[in-house]
Design a protein around this ligand. Structure first.
Ligand code: CAO
Length: 573
């Protein structure tokens, strides 16, 4: 028979007036025993209040923003289980893993003077220290503090190694159960002399963490845990292999991975950008899926990562490279660039990126990561072509730049080497050969790079191509290109000749397999067998997808291209 029971906030240790940051259920929801109902979060720890038993949510007694303490009403649950008759507070877990909240002072807690005092007033709120001040150089055993009714809580991170010098309150290890996350901070400044645990160990109150050789200043200045003034909490540098060394010139350490109790707060403002903000249940969920929370931008208030954010991230990750293709593993394990607070080096300004720049950034990144690029360089003698171009420019009434000539030559070279107009099938098993000749050209616009596409280049004359490229370039600069203007290309040209520079490495415009970079032509001495002749040479850089194009094939392609540009008769054939 169905019975109603009121679920209240369980024993959350020394915490009082803890804000509700998430209500994870709504009226009518059916919940399993242990399912998280609400998430509470202070600056010291994050904890879920779980359902004490399976049932249906009948009414909810709190909302986001409310501040609660032990015994505050959470919701009413209708349950058919016989033992639900008597209202009882939610037990955070089965008796084997009971109370919900850690009673330990976390690093953030200890870093706030008022919090330090509040905690220090309570004997249970230990930081693992002994009461008397250790002498400088004295060895102090650091143990897991009073973490309430928690037992056998897994160590998920060890942030120090033997020999490390730590400040008081630096996090030594992070513990995390499926209901809460907390740090064990250093009780005093000193040197870590002997580590007693490792990731994966399960610990309870009193378990040995390390031996600390206490620094002189700390020994003099600190006594009991209540006496220490708050040292601004600085994230300890992670010592394991995941941690990249700081890049040259970047004095800041790589960002710390994210225990929940190190939440963004005024005390840890420097590190807050690098700290994913999520409840323990979301952390557990992310860990089960192998998701690195630092890669996710939270959509919930204060940037907190919600379950949907993790799900979206996984969906996007699965959708990116086509399954089974040679590129399907691309992106895995790419080390993250450390987050640096540039303001520490001087004045900075953050501006949002234009939409086009964001799109092209994602596109070139995808291409760069998925395609094994090779770039083949050469130079074409365009002395005669230039003389012809200049003479024709005046006659045709259209401004002829080098671009339409190059476009025409590329189309002819592709006719001879058609694999440059192909794409790999998404499964990587076959090559799709295109029987049309649409060629894109990169156009520089105030908002970023776009690639309009000229259709049927093989069927058009130079003047028509000149007209079309100039119209498309204008549309691009005016932001008037339509989606269709940029679709369907077989090959791309990126001409920087109007600007300068010699060779460069263009990035293949995937799923195309080749791109030609054109740089600025210059007069060079070229040996004709008898003497050096001044010739106008244009540098060409052909990047190609080496999964599709062999080096010899690419070299033949560029040799032909050079010939076509060097001899106008061949181009007009
Ligand atoms: N060598 C020497 N001069 C060159 C040249 C070359 N390879 N290519 C062009 N020029 C000259 C032109 O003849 C023109 O000179 P005049 O004004 O004296 O006649 C001048 O440079 C300007 O040409 P242009 O760049 O405006 O015209 P274009 O047809 O060559 O190029 C376009 C058009 C849209 C490709 C170009 O404006 C552009 O946007 N280029 C940048 C492309 C880009 O950003 N690529 C990078 C992609 S990867 O990051």
């Amino acid at each position: 028979m169905a019975k109603e029971m009121e679920v209240s906030v369980p024993d959350i240790g020394d915490y009082e007036s803890v804000p509700v940051i998430d209500v994870l259920v709504k009226v009518g929801d059916q919940v399993e025993k242990e399912a998280p109902l609400v998430t509470l979060e202070s600056d010291k720890a994050t904890m879920d209040v779980p359902a004490p038993m399976a049932g249906t949510v009948k009414s909810i007694r709190l909302k986001v923003g409310d501040k609660v303490k032990q015994g505050s009403a959470v919701l009413v649950l209708e349950t058919s289980e016989g033992d639900a008759a008597k209202p009882q507070p939610a037990e955070p877990a089965a008796k084997a893993q009971p109370a919900e909240a850690p009673k330990a002072a976390s690093k953030a807690e200890a870093s706030k003077p008022d919090a330090t005092k509040a905690v220090a007033d309570k004997p249970a709120a230990a930081t693992g220290t002994k009461k008397s001040a250790p002498a400088a150089g004295a060895k102090q055993d650091v143990t897991v503090p009073d973490i309430g009714d928690y037992h056998d809580v897994p160590v998920i991170d060890v942030l120090v190694k033997e020999g490390d010098v730590v400040a008081k309150d630096d996090t030594l290890v992070t513990l995390e159960s499926d209901k809460a996350t907390l740090d064990v901070p250093a009780p005093a400044a000193g040197t870590v002399r002997s580590l007693k645990l490792k990731v994966g160990d399960k610990v309870s109150k009193g378990a040995a963490v390390c031996t600390l050789e206490v620094a002189a200043a700390d020994a003099a200045g600190s006594g009991t845990e209540s006496a220490a003034p708050a040292t601004p909490a600085k994230p300890a540098e992670k010592q394991d292999a995941e941690n990249l060394p700081a890049a040259p010139g970047n004095l800041g350490a790589a960002p710390l991975p994210p225990p929940a109790s190190r939440l963004p707060s005024a005390d840890v403002a420097d590190a807050s950008a690098a700290i994913p903000h999520a409840s323990p249940s979301i952390r557990k969920f992310a860990r089960e899926l192998g998701v690195d929370l630092s890669q996710i931008k939270g959509s919930a208030p204060n940037g907190r990562i919600a379950r949907e954010d993790v799900q979206d991230y996984v969906k996007k990750s699965l959708a990116s490279p086509p399954a089974g293709s040679a590129a399907s593993s691309a992106g895995a394990g790419i080390p993250k660039i450390p987050t640096i607070d540039f303001a520490q080096f001087g004045s900075v300004e953050t501006k949002p990126l234009a939409r086009i720049r964001k799109l092209s950034a994602a596109h070139v990144h995808r291409s760069w990561l998925n395609i094994p690029h090779v770039t083949q360089n050469d130079e074409a003698d365009i002395t005669e072509l230039e003389a012809f171009r200049k003479s024709q420019s005046e006659d045709s009434g259209v401004k002829l730049t080098l671009l339409p000539f190059i476009m025409k030559a590329v189309a002819k070279a592709i006719e001879a080497y058609p694999e440059f107009s192909s794409s790999l099938s998404p499964d990587g098993e076959s090559l799709i050969q295109k029987h049309y000749m649409h060629i894109g050209f990169a156009a520089d616009t105030p908002n970023g790079l776009v690639v309009p596409v000229v259709r049927d280049v093989d069927k058009k004359g130079i003047v028509a191509l000149a007209q079309e490229t100039s119209e498309l370039a204008k549309k691009a600069r005016d932001g008037k290109l339509k989606g269709d203007d940029m679709k369907g290309g077989c090959f791309s040209i990126s001409s920087l000749g109007g600007i300068g520079g010699s060779h460069f490495t263009p990035i293949v415009n995937a799923p195309e397999v080749g791109i030609l970079g054109v740089s600025r032509s210059t007069i060079k001495p070229v040996w004709d067998g008898h003497a050096f002749q001044p010739r106008l040479m244009v540098p060409l850089s052909l990047s190609y997808d080496h999964r599709v194009i062999d080096g010899a094939y690419a070299a033949r392609f560029i040799v032909l291209l050079v010939k076509l540009l060097s001899d106008l008769r061949k181009l007009s054939l």
